[in-house]
Design a protein around this ligand. Sequence first.
Ligand code: SF4
Ligand code: SF4
Length: 395
Amino acid sequence: MMKLEGLEAVEAGSPEYTGAPVGMLAELTYRCPLQCPYCSNPLEMDRVDTELTTAEWRDVMRQAGELGVLQVHLSGGEPTVRQDFEEILDAAVKADIYTNLITSGVTLTHERLERMVKIGLDHVQLSIHDTDPANAERISAYKGGAEKKREVAHWVKELGLPLTINIVVHRQNIENVPAMIDYAVEAGAGRIEVAHTQYYGWALRNFAALIPTREKFYESIRITDAARERLKGILFFDVVAHDHYAVRPKPCIGGWARRFLNITPSGKILPCHACETIPGLEIDNVRSRPLADTWFNGQAFQRFRGTAWMKEPCRSCERREIDWGGCRCQALTITGDAADADPACVLSPWHKEFAALAERESHKPPPAFIYRHMRAPRSATTQGQYYGAAVTTKP
Ligand code: SF4
Ligand code: SF4
């Protein structure tokens, strides 16, 4: 492993100390044949002609291996629309990193998947939209996807790879959570990710169309908990709960710049995939700064690492090194200041209105989806204008 510049500058054990990142999200492209209204990609996406080349991605994988990254999540958009996907995968395998393909499955062929297995792919995470094919097609704006996904799940198992089924839960599929859990068991998945929608990017744009009622949310959690008990030893559950109905926030991305980093299609090195909306962050690029130097010393990584940046109530809170104050992007969207406590926390003065907003919107009839598309109007790039504008009561 290379010498990790800057590591010795921070005392081990202090909140500002960090070792190598555990995981790296590699968004190979934002191109995708689907148009999910909850997509976490930014509203203004990197264009195809700015994407890193094969050689540049291979070098990113080499640097990640040297930095000590253990897992790479090959994602997008749909990563397999890149015809050089296998070459990038090969570089990650050669860098001795555990490789996870995150895919909608619709562009895969058996031949390609077989080739990926030969190269050394370790794991596949396949997303589904619903067990009702018509509703799945409506949500993804893609015909024939449901059938193709079943086929891909079968190939993954046939080729001997571990499979995770990913479901993004919202008000327009929440009734079918039990059926989607059964689907994962039937597909032979060893793991299911039940991810209640997180409101960034396109999901935030579609907040009112996606937000379930508090009652439906808790019912789905009860169902998931019961299934987790029933399926012990068969299916492992990862659950991402709903922020608006929470009392404490999640340790978003395991704490800012502690465990994960993200590379965008054009090579931007981000502490969090949604953080580009935060003003004042100096975003580095793999084209101009080494990965290890950015991870340890980059301004964007240092900005919210540890606890020194915190304001009250986080600064004196006993959970400050447990949840690290929650999500910076959500704080910014609701309060206008990324250094505030996540409004998902009951101790945030914004929490009451944050929860009330969800209650109000979830009881109205859902508006039509605004489908994800590559060219959002420029006026649609400020997240807060769709959602923060609805939070009218300033504490
Ligand atoms: S969430 Fe949907 S639209 Fe976004 S990248 Fe994934 S499959 Fe494509
Ligand atoms: S006050 Fe801050 S650190 Fe404490 S629980 Fe709430 S968000 Fe977490």
